[in-house]
Unconditional design. Structure first.
Length: 440
């Protein structure tokens, strides 16, 4: 049986020089991270995590070095204030093996309190930490600290093989708290006219019975709204992130999960992030199965779904079809996440489609700028290579790129760019014909 301690007592168990592994986002233990942030005696604490969802002083303390696999608003704020933070580039499905290689001495997570049989549901996050949590708990030289709270929903895995829970016998330290999961910021923002137009073009690629992967933001939410209100149905869900949009499709009776060809009967995900309403809906809901990310995001598993439709976003694209989705002018903005996993997985079968959605423009210092460019400047970091890109969608339409020449790609992308920039893009596409460079 685990030893029960307060968050402060558990925080004191870490050495001044130590290593700590934390889950992504909603799997992070709030009370413990806050208690760790009170300490000011760190000399070399290395923390491995991603997408911070807990406000804590820990990562701004001297002697704390944070390696993040995905930058969110808190990571960007820490970087801008000069904290010791670095980005570790990796597909989401690689988080588990990379964490195993680091083998932090201390692993931690949030969970629900033990049930009558001693099982603590891992609630909103499976991700890439499940294996390392169990290895830490089984190793006498390591420490597994689990924070439990009734504020978190009890969720399910998929059978005994993929039980989404830790047993009390695996846990070294149990910390009880009253915290609830963070609601996703900006979740109440409604769609713009541009978002609505993009979503309208996207749903044209989604037929009844398709298996869907979608993400966060106004565009995916609007796509879910259109599907929920539309005539189609019989959809399956296989998505690394379960959102309010996914819940909306379930509530509308549009999700049956009967034709995916695998994991039939359940929506498959590896973490959930959204509103308090979503968390309440997930509590005790066995229609959603939380599986490790190395399964959910494996391209061969994604490709095994029938009529897989992957929906992701981007920040910019060039006429070659290269996509930048996680950096701005070379500076880290978010992360690779599962975008590349799902683009690759949806490219394994002819009936599958990968949709990358973005507004055609943005404003910088009051000047209109195109997100579709002839070429990227120095320092650009490519998220998705051109040979894996299928469909690009803006408010002006859809450009189907797979199998097209560079000139044809440029012409297709120019047709969905803002009219102000089309001539420049067409000229670059012409220069790029016959395998030449588009650069003037």
């Amino acid at each position: 049986m685990p030893q029960e301690l307060t968050a402060e007592q558990a925080a004191a168990l870490l050495n001044r020089a130590d290593s700590l592994g934390i889950p992504l986002g909603p799997g992070q233990p709030p009370a413990l991270l806050r208690a760790l942030g009170v300490r000011q005696d760190w000399t070399d604490l290395r923390v491995y995590g991603a997408l911070l969802a807990v406000g804590t002083e820990l990562f701004s303390r001297p002697g704390v070095h944070y390696l993040s696999g995905f930058f969110g608003p808190l990571e960007r704020a820490l970087r801008d204030m000069g904290a010791d933070i670095e980005f570790a580039a990796a597909d989401f499905r690689r988080f588990g093996p990379l964490l195993e290689r680091q083998s932090p001495r201390v692993m931690t997570t949030v969970a629900t309190p033990p049930d009558a049989d001693g099982w603590c549901s891992l609630s909103l996050h499976a991700g890439g930490t499940i294996g390392e949590l169990r290895r830490a708990g089984a190793d006498p030289g390591r420490l597994l600290i689990v924070e439990v709270s009734d504020g978190y929903p009890r969720t399910a895995g998929f059978g005994e093989q993929h039980r989404h829970a830790l047993h009390v016998d695996e846990i070294d330290i149990l910390v009880r708290s009253t915290d609830a999961p963070l609601a996703l910021p900006g979740g109440d923002a409604g769609p713009s006219d541009v978002d609505r137009a993009i979503a309208q073009h996207a749903v044209a690629f989604i037929g009844s019975g398709a298996t869907l992967q979608t993400g966060i933001g106004a565009i995916p939410n609007q796509i879910a709204t259109l599907l929920a209100e539309g005539d189609g149905g019989g959809y399956g869900l296989h998505s690394e992130m379960f959102t309010d949009g996914c819940m909306q499709l379930h509530r509308a009776g549009k999700v049956t999960n009967t034709g995916k060809g695998q994991y039939d009967g359940v929506s498959v995900t590896t973490f959930a992030f959204g509103s308090p309403d979503l968390y309440k809906w997930l509590d005790g809901n066995t229609d959603v199965a939380f599986l490790p990310v190395e399964i959910v995001n494996a391209p061969e598993v994604i490709g095994a779904n029938n009529d897989m439709i992957s929906i992701n976003g981007a920040l910019s694209i060039d006429i070659q079809g290269q996509v930048v989705a996680d950096t701005i002018n070379g500076g880290q903005f978010s992360g690779i996440g599962g975008a590349e996993d799902f683009v690759a997985g949806a490219g394994l079968e002819l009936s599958d489609r990968s949709l990358i959605c973005l507004p055609s423009t943005f404003e910088k210092d009051g000047v209109l700028q195109s997100r579709i460019v002839p070429w990227f400047g120095p320092g650009a970091v490519i998220t998705t290579p051109r040979h894996q890109v299928d469909v690009i969608i803006t408010e002006y339409g859809a450009a189907e790129l797979e199998g097209r020449t560079v000139r044809e790609r440029g012409e297709a992308l120019a047709s969905i760019a803002h009219p102000q920039f089309r001539d420049e893009l067409l000229a670059a596409a012409e220069r790029a014909s016959n395998g030449r460079s588009p650069v003037r």
